[in-house]
Ligand binder design. Structure first.
Ligand SMILES: NC(=O)c1ccc[n+]([C@@H]2O[C@H](COP(=O)([O-])OP(=O)(O)OC[C@H]3O[C@@H](n4cnc5c(N)ncnc54)[C@H](OP(=O)(O)O)[C@@H]3O)[C@@H](O)[C@H]2O)c1
Length: 256
């Protein structure tokens, strides 16, 4: 095996939630490995800013497509349009996600539904739309962005933990149905990283100290820590890796 198997030249990658944070870093990493990338997100202006920043650094093509991953019609239209323009989607990163912190006893059903729709159901809706073309062409790679909460729970984030645990098993269910058609589906599970999603936690000195002591590596993760693992899972270097969740968490899920 040579490192050329990590090369993504000629592949088209759609990354949802790529206007900032982890999604943007993963899109940048996939572009760095040679892929043509499409940044997804709801806000066209944020996407345009992200594209300008990435395209300035990369000579590979960077495109945008604004759509809401919880809107089935919009997802279908986006995947159809990308397929028409680029000839198909080779790599899908289901990354878009939200958090809602509230004790279970005080949690409204509407907020539960919003987290489940964004963090779990979207991976089915976008994954199904992209996988139809992948199955037809006989190849594709899907990376579902999971979490340490795919394995563990904490007070106040029950819908998130339920969604990310479900995403872990959806990764296996997709593998059960699509692996025979050349479509590899894996999970990438970050530990705690500083992004907009975790800003309230990082700003809390007690939580910050908890993360540092609870993580064997002794620090918060950086979005760049996820790039190598994501490129690996998306590339031919992982040609026989299917249905796995790769924890990139500084050891957090290995210790109590
Ligand atoms: N940060 C961490 O420590 C951490 C740890 C483990 C897992 N994760 C997971 O990693 C993923 C990214 O997290 P992050 O920290 O980078 O979050 P973030 O900074 O809040 O970014 C979230 C991204 O998702 C997009 N998004 C949200 N709802 C959407 C929707 N309905 N349709 C389309 N796009 C939507 C946002 O763009 P718009 O608002 O413009 O739509 C944004 O680009 C999430 O799945 C999260 O659960 C994060």
């Amino acid at each position: 095996m040579s490192t050329t198997s990590f090369d993504l030249t000629g592949r088209v990658a759609l990354v949802t939630g790529a206007s900032r944070g982890i999604g943007r870093a993963l899109a940048d990493g996939l572009a760095g490995a040679g892929a043509t990338v499409v940044l997804g997100g709801r806000d066209p202006d944020r996407l345009a800013d992200a594209r300008a920043a990435l395209a300035a650094d990369r000579d590979t093509a960077v495109h945008t497509r604004a759509f809401d991953v919880t809107d089935e019609e919009a997802v279908t239209a986006a995947v159809d349009a990308l397929t028409a323009v680029h000839g198909g989607i080779d790599i899908l990163v289901n990354n878009a996600g939200i958090q809602h912190r509230r004790a279970l006893l005080d949690l409204d059903l509407a907020d539960w539904d919003a987290v489940l729709r964004t963090d779990l159901t979207s991976a089915f809706v976008v994954g199904r739309a992209a996988a139809r073309g992948m199955v037809e062409r006989g190849h594709g790679a899907i990376v579902n962005v999971c979490s340490v909460q795919s394995e563990l729970a904490r007070p106040s984030i029950a819908p998130y933990a339920a969604a990310k645990g479900g995403l872990r098993n959806l990764t296996r269910a997709m593998t059960a149905e699509w692996a025979a058609h050349g479509v590899r589906v894996n999970g990438l599970a970050p530990g705690y990283l500083r992004t907009e999603l975790t800003a309230p936690l990082a700003a809390d000195p007690d939580f910050d100290a908890w993360v540092r002591t609870r993580t064997p590596a002794g620090r918060w993760g950086e979005v760049g820590d996820l790039v190598g693992p994501a490129v690996f899972l998306a590339s031919d270097a992982a040609s026989f890796v299917s249905g796995q969740v790769l924890y990139v968490d500084g050891g957090m899920t290995s210790v109590v």
